[in-house]
Design a protein around this ligand. Structure first.
Ligand code: NAD
Ligand code: DAU
Length: 339
């Protein structure tokens, strides 16, 4: 089996590559990533030693380069992780989000049509459903929940999802889509809540909580997401959408307090800052379909996963300290300087 994994130098894509190389030693994995600010080749250092792995620095919007790669590699499957992924950046600059999610996804699927494919899998997000109110804990996102997006990021992802479903209906492309809740774990880029709070707490810097910190996210350890995608690409039904989430809803403020406690840092570091524009209140996934059809259940409990994650950031300081010492400084100043 030859599998093209796009966005594999980012957080979830790299975890997926390691998961697949480990679980299927006979598979060939080809990573396509143009290395935006969020892509990091050092993340794939160990994979690069594996003869079954190939890295290609290619932009998924580059039709010619993608077609050439398909001619060389004859992939059986494509798993498309490549996207701009940070909501705050999408509020500052929506264009690149649309370019990558819509045009990039179209290029990847056109290549699949032209050269043939067993499965095209689109990695999507629960954010395409918009948000849920805090006072209705009985409500969850199912695969039938209407798409109702809040940010340019989530709109770009919802647009891509619709395009994927249209390629299935119009051209019969064998697609699947997964919509997952918030991931955490190793190689999470330090602009996101959990790694940002770990890095700041370790440096005794303020911990910037948006609004009142009452927004709720449904956290899933990244390996459980990889396992779900593995099940979907092998056993999922073509043309179907699968929600992925572990019924692990937590308020942002409780996540930050947990990190303070685990690191032995004072909660006095917590600083409430201006809220995110259009900030979604609550995400909560109903994973009944993937559980019933594919037997998926999350394996890692949050109490265990957050400990493992914090330990990973303590053991891999060089990885994230290199990131936050570069261009990231300017980003941080712009986003948090006068907040
Ligand atoms: P990330 O930002 O860490 O990584 C994205 C990767 O895609 C980077 O390596 C980047 O270089 C690459 N990339 C971006 N544009 C590209 C392009 N035009 N061509 C080639 N490569 C490109 O993101 P992530 O958090 O790992 O998310 C991966 C996917 O999973 C995204 O599609 C995201 O929408 C989705 N998702 C993320 C989460 C989450 O909690 N992080 C949850 C659900 C779904
Ligand atoms: O739900 C899945 C989505 O989860 C993915 O599709 C996105 O790619 C991923 O980035 C993530 O989106 P969120 O916006 O939920 O993640 P983020 O880590 O940016 O923020 C989590 C929550 O924490 C959110 O309510 C905003 C808040 N927050 C975030 C940052 C960076 C803060 O309070 N302070 C911060 O500094």
């Amino acid at each position: 089996m030859n599998i093209i994994v796009t966005g594999g130098a980012g957080f979830i894509g790299s975890n997926f590559i390691y998961y697949m190389l480990n679980k299927y030693p006979d598979y060939r994995i080809i990573c396509v990533d143009c290395l935006t600010y969020a892509g990091n080749l050092s993340t794939l250092k160990e994979a690069l030693k594996n003869p079954k792995f190939r890295f290609c620095k290619v932009d998924i919007r580059d039709r010619k380069a993608i077609y050439n790669l398909f001619e060389e590699e004859h992939p059986d499957m494509v798993v498309n992780f490549a996207a701009e992924s940070h909501v705050d950046r999408s509020i500052e600059n929506p264009k690149v989000f649309l370019d990558t999610s819509i045009n990039g996804t179209a290029v990847m699927m056109d290549a699949c049509r032209k050269y043939g494919i067993k499965r095209y899998h689109q990695v999507s997000t629960d954010e395409v459903y918009g948000d849920l109110p805090l006072d209705r804990p009985d409500l969850f996102f199912t695969e039938e929940t209407p798409l109702y997006t809040s940010s340019p990021y989530s709109s770009s992802k919802a647009g891509a999802d619709l395009l994927v479903l249209s390629y299935h209906r119009t051209y019969g492309l064998p697609v699947t889509i997964s919509r997952c809740s918030n991931n955490y774990g190793p190689y999470h880029f330090p602009e996101k809540l959990i790694p940002l709070m770990i890095a700041n707490a370790l440096a005794d810097k303020p911990l910037p909580v948006y609004g009142k910190g009452e927004n709720v996210r449904d956290w899933l350890y990244v390996e459980d997401h990889c396992n779900a995608i593995d099940l979907i690409i092998h056993n999922g039904r073509v043309g179907e959408v699968y929600n992925i989430g572990g019924h692990n809803e937590m308020k942002n403020i409780d996540i930050v307090k947990t990190i303070c406690k685990e690191l032995g840092k004072s909660e006095k570091l917590i600083t409430y800052v201006t809220d995110r524009k259009g900030h979604d209140m609550r995400y909560a996934i109903d994973p009944t379909k993937i559980h019933n059809e594919l037997g998926w259940l999350p394996k890692t409990k949050f109490t265990e996963g957050i400990k493992k994650t914090i330990q990973w950031y303590l053991d891999n300081r060089e990885w994230w300290e290199t990131i936050i010492s570069g261009e990231y400084q300017k980003y941080y100043e712009k986003m948090y300087g006068n907040r």
